[in-house]
Design a protein around this ligand. Sequence first.
Ligand SMILES: [Zn+2]
Length: 494
Amino acid sequence: MADLWPFGAHADRVRRAPCRLRLHPGWPSGRVEVHVSGRDGVSSDPFRGYSGLQAGEETEPLRSRTGIADPPSRRTGVHPWTKALQCPFRIAGVSRTVKRAFKYRFYPTDAQAAQLSRTFGCVRLVYNMALQARTEAWTQRQERIDYNVTSALLTAWKKTDDLAFLSEVSSVPLQQALRHLQTAYTNFWAKRAKHPTFKSKKRSRRSAEYTTSAFRWRDDTLTLAKMTEPLDVVWSRPLPDGASPSTVTVSCDAAGRWFVSLLCDDVIAQTPATGRVGIDAGLDSVLALSTGEKITNPRHESADRQRLARAQQNLARKQKGSANRAKARVTLARIHARIADRRRDHLHKLTTRLVRENQAIVIEDLAVRNMVKNHRLARAISDAAWRQLRTMLEYKAAWHGRDLVVVDRWFPSTRLCSACGALAQKMPLSVREWTCPCGAVHDRDVNAARNILAAGLAVTACGDGVRPQRESSRTGRSSVKQENLRATKGIPVL
Ligand SMILES: [Zn+2]
């Protein structure tokens, strides 16, 4: 992530205040000037860099996960983003305000680290106790306990001797944990998610969420409740001009790195784009675009794999519970983190480019298909990457008023000739190139991407609310399970 920062190679050690960001009228093809307005008289030389989304560090808006902004009409079968067709923000030049999270690394003092670790523990405990209370109320008395009841329970817990330590940390993250549980239940009742499970000390993400009443944002410094000193944040990228965070989430990953994520309002200019692209996920983490371009993973991948294997082996040889095992575990976690960081960085750059250049982006709904075929590590990794790619495309397309169309997973994109529409025979995975009777020579993946694009465009042309019929031979599954608009209309008759 740090490599993206244009101020130098060792940027993660550079402390800077948030800068002012000014967009040129020609955004996004134009450039952006950043005026550094540091408190301690940092020079105000504007540097020139690419505008808009800087890859690597942005995260999806927190709200979209917590269910406050529910994905619209998932169950009606209409894909949410096809609605963007009537979206007023699509008019060129109109800008749009979105919630956007900016994530930075920070270096806590020993006291801050101890306080935050205690907070993480209390958050986990409160979440688990509230979950147990809700489960018991339902199984034993058929009662539904809501957020308000658990909030009252929390107050009562704090008054008991055993749990008096809950008052030693800020009350806001504990309340937020109860809200997160409420969201988990809302998603469960709406059949969007499974029943919530207990948070684990070892496996769950260590994080705490602070709302405005629990932190102070002044002169571009961030001070959390129950702390005297501000956090030592590395401002690796500018916050939007005049932004002030509404929610702050502190987390610590398995590699021992601390992060703070600031949720701010950001203005995103809606600029028109003419391109249309279809994307096919091939084997071995290769993406093919309908333009003929193929995108492979960054080249360091195999070196990382070797280091990973060695660290894994190292860990396995250590005595359980020993200090050396703990050290080996952190080493392994750092390698995992490095791989994940690189993959995410790569995906951010790719998705930002795709969203900037294209008005319509068509992808394939791969979930089930991959699960069936997944018997190799490479496939598992590309699965995760594909899911991440789709998530990024979804929120970036929504920000920029683009259309993201998801094509049915049973659509025979590989076997269909993109030139004449003929359906070829069953094709083993080893076939990388094939020739259609019509004379067209196809690259397997690019041809699939072209078919996906054609299918997706057929859907957007139909407009909203269209729910094409499935082929009768493929209707073996319940249609309720399908989440997205199926794009089988407009495909040549098979
Ligand atoms: Zn053909």
